[in-house]
Design a protein around this ligand. Structure first.
Ligand code: S3P
Length: 429
């Protein structure tokens, strides 16, 4: 637990933030680097607790991985070289590590058991365990494999044709990794497109993978070749500073090297529709992923409705969007976001509780929330939620609060943005 007291900003925010590496892309780079043949260098990777869970898991399976001057160097020897870990693998708070690794571990010829922290131990795994069992996986755990701790007796898998019942890139990615090891072809279809970093990176590492419309097909050509990765800045981390500039009067911030993959940029569309002064200053493609510099200037904001296909494009940004909406004129409605109920915490309830305690006017619905703006915020004491995005949302809210805000536990922020407070202080000049 790390208690943190935050004072109102009382001044405009100005300056430049160098956005830390993307969490989703960093996880995938570690996984693909570790199972491919040759040396993979991952530049600008996210050096955070969640990513280190994935790194450590492969180190325990015999892969040499070193952090050398901010480049992660992975000496891959191919999938067949992975060794049975001697101890249970600890995945901490990381849902992405757990769900993606389950797909891989299910098809490896050895036994593994996995566990996590209190938050991860409550999160549903049947969304990946059920389709993996259909592929022939031997998985057990609490609630028949729905909850950690889980054990996996690796086995020969067969490909499936599967339509995702949940809007989840973690489930899609898990099944693509299992498909890499399974006999025949694995075909995954999604109703609403989710982030596609796995598809792009698997292709770059030489997998036999094709996407047409919303269906991705992968075969078991499991010899991947090492490929250099440059990780763009995480738009989900940049979102906290976009929000800070959007709500603190007079602010202007530049966010360098932000990932601009279209499956992730819903927050930019929302900010545009709400009326912020948002500009993309430059844009370029590196290794199949788009990045660019963003400039945001504070202006008056309008409430909007966010729903449907937009939701997976901004799923992790909903807590911070809710905060922005408290400072917009009129009503903001968020629907179709039921997935928020099973994140690191129930994010619909957590957002409503935290912002209500700070003086905002909003209500929870089954699949989202309704936020009535614009309301002044007061400070308060924010209890621990074991959720990095709730803690960072409260920290940004504190900038416009009338009095002090106390985060009873700021430590979850280390899972995705260890330098968050350093960056925040750097723009409060
Ligand atoms: C992620 C997918 C999303 C997202 C999470 C990272 C990924 O989860 O919320 O932070 O890297 O694939 P879901 O797949 O549960 O939507």
């Amino acid at each position: 637990m790390k208690r943190q007291t935050l004072k109102p900003a009382n001044r405009k925010l100005t300056g430049t933030i160098h956005v830390p590496g993307d969490k989703s892309i960093s996880h995938r780079a570690v996984i693909l680097g570790a199972i491919s043949e040759g040396r993979t260098e991952v530049k600008h990777f996210l050096n955070s607790e969640d990513i280190m869970r994935t790194v450590k898991a492969f180190q325990e399976m015999g892969v040499a991985i070193k952090n050398s001057r901010d480049v992660l160097v992975i000496e891959g020897k191919g999938i067949e070289a992975l060794e049975e870990p001697l101890h249970p693998l600890y995945f901490g708070n990381s849902g992405t590590t757990t769900r993606l690794m389950l797909g891989l571990l299910a098809g490896l010829p050895f036994f593994t058991s996995i566990h996590g922290d209190d938050s991860l131990t409550k999160r549903p795994m049947n969304r990946v365990v059920d389709p993996l069992k259909k592929m022939g996986a031997k998985i057990d755990g609490r609630d028949y494999g729905n909850l950690l701790p889980i054990s996996i007796r690796g086995s020969v898998l067969k490909g499936i044709d599967y339509k995702l019942p949940v809007k989840s890139a973690q489930v899609k990615s898990c099944l693509l990794l299992a498909g890499l090891l399974a006999e025949g072809t694995t075909k995954i279809t999604e109703d609403t497109l989710t982030r596609n970093h796995s598809e792009k990176m698997l292709k770059a590492f030489g997998a036999d993978i094709h996407t047409e419309n919303n269906t991705t097909t992968i075969t078991n050509k499991n010899k991947l070749t090492a490929s250099p990765v440059f990780v763009p800045g995480d738009i989900s981390s940049a979102a906290f500073f976009l929000a800070a500039a959007a709500i603190v009067p007079g602010s202007r911030l530049v966010l360098k090297n932000t990932g601009l993959n279209k499956t992730r940029t819903g927050i930019l569309d929302v900010l545009d529709e709400m009326g912020t002064g948002l500009e993309i200053l430059s844009e370029e493609e590196t290794g199949g992923e788009w990045t660019g510099d963003l400039q945001i200037t504070h202006t008056e904001l309008q409430g909007i409705t966010i729903e449907g296909e937009m939701i997976p494009r901004l799923i992790d940004e909903i807590p911070i969007i809710a905060l922005i909406a408290t400072q917009a004129e009129g009503t903001t409605i968020i629907r179709d976001a039921e997935e928020l109920r099973v994140k690191e915490t129930d994010r619909i309830q957590a957002v409503v509780d935290v912002l209500t305690s700070m003086g905002a006017n909003l209500e929870a619905t089954a699949d989202g929330m309704v936020i009535h703006g614009k309301t002044p915020l007061k400070g308060g004491i924010i209890p621990p939620y074991n959720d990095h995005r709730i803690a960072m949302m409260a920290a940004i809210a504190s900038l416009i609060a009338k009095d002090e805000t106390v985060l009873e536990d700021a430590s979850p922020i280390n899972t995705s943005y260890p330098d968050f407070f350093r960056d925040l202080n750097s723009v409060m000049n």
